[in-house]
Design a protein around this ligand. Structure first.
Ligand SMILES: Nc1ncnc2c1ncn2[C@@H]1O[C@H](COP(=O)(O)OP(=O)(O)OP(=O)(O)O)[C@@H](O)[C@H]1O
Ligand SMILES: [Mg+2]
Length: 295
């Protein structure tokens, strides 16, 4: 049974002249136990997609089923309860509370579940041990390195024993050594049975994924199964044609990757370099959005 099912999901931001179509009738099914990498150029809708899957936001159109239950129209309290029980979040900038210790940050989600303080701290300590930073329990976030901060954030994401981990550029702010550490940690979590969806701009990190979804301009333009340990096929094409040593190179790689994709003929014209100026994208998004609203 599929865990996540998005059917014709669109997301519009703003209204009137300032409308942006961030997701354009996306269809995506993710089974339990998949480790999915989402790639694509800046602004193509990756975070919007993850926010919808994580119930941080609602689709404007279309249906979202989680564990076969329709969740696209939940009120904010219902959505918060599902997030608390089923979903762990990891962000590029860690989002730890600066005045709480690592231990208190990790224990925080348990407060909302009514777990006693002693038990909360015990579970949090076990989680920090699991991610390898137990010796930093009493440090404040400002006293930790980027890699350590992300490990603490992963421990916090795991503390409620979530079914799904959503990680939006979890290595976006880390050096290559810490990135590998974080990805290896996510791999271990995946092996324990969790479903993981992460965004990356780095083709190298598709090595950790079992599937790679490529987005462009609010749509999924390619979706491939990937062998763990190997760079995904589409991503590899770009990786080996670039001296990808810096983050800028990775970003350039992703843009190139999108150009290398065989895009459905119906949208290939729309994605030609001439057409893809920023203003055109905005205008087209607006036109589509207005068309939809008129329906
Ligand atoms: N809250 C918002 N209000 C208005 N527009 C938004 C909002 N969030 C995102 N957008 C727009 O939606 C589109 C998709 O944004 P999104 O953040 O999902 O892209 P992304 O692929 O995650 O980009 P990046 O790689 O830079 O993180 C962009 O055009 C963005 O400007
Ligand atoms: Mg983003």
């Amino acid at each position: 049974m599929p865990l996540i099912q998005l059917q014709d999901v669109s997301k519009l931001y703003g209204f009137g002249d300032a409308t942006t179509l961030a997701l354009d009738e996306v269809n995506l099914t993710i089974d339990k136990g998949e480790f999915v990498a989402v790639m694509g150029p800046s602004g193509c809708g990756k975070s919007t997609l993850l926010n919808l899957i994580g119930l941080l936001d609602k689709p404007s159109h279309g249906q979202y089923r989680l564990n076969d239950k329709l969740v696209s129209r939940l009120n904010s309290n219902q959505a918060a309860k599902i997030r608390r029980d089923k979903i762990g979040f990891i962000f590029q900038f860690f989002n730890l509370l600066p005045k709480l210790s690592a231990l208190e940050n990790v224990a925080l989600p348990l407060t909302y579940k009514g777990v006693t303080q002693t038990k909360r701290l015990k579970i949090a300590s076990e989680m920090l041990d699991r991610v390898g930073v137990q010796d930093r329990e009493y440090y404040l976030p400002g006293q930790l390195s980027g890699g350590q901060l992300q490990c603490v954030a992963i421990a916090r994401a795991l503390v409620n024993n979530p079914q799904i981990i959503i990680a939006d550029e979890p290595t976006g702010n880390l050096d290559s050594g810490s990135s590998r550490l974080v990805m290896e940690l996510l791999s271990e979590i995946h092996k324990m049975g969790n479903t993981i969806i992460f965004v990356t701009h780095n083709p190298e990190l598709t090595r950790f994924a079992t599937r790679v979804v490529y987005m462009h301009d609010g749509s999924i333009v390619h979706d491939e199964s990937s062998t763990v340990g190997r760079v995904a096929n589409r991503a590899r094409k770009v990786l080996y044609t670039l001296p990808a040593t810096k983050e800028e190179d990775d970003l350039a790689g992703v843009s190139l990757l999108m150009k290398a994709l065989p895009i459905k003929s119906s949208i290939s014209d729309r994605l030609s370099p001439k057409y893809l100026t920023k203003n055109n994208i905005k205008r087209r998004s607006k036109r589509k959005a207005l068309g939809k609203q008129a329906k």
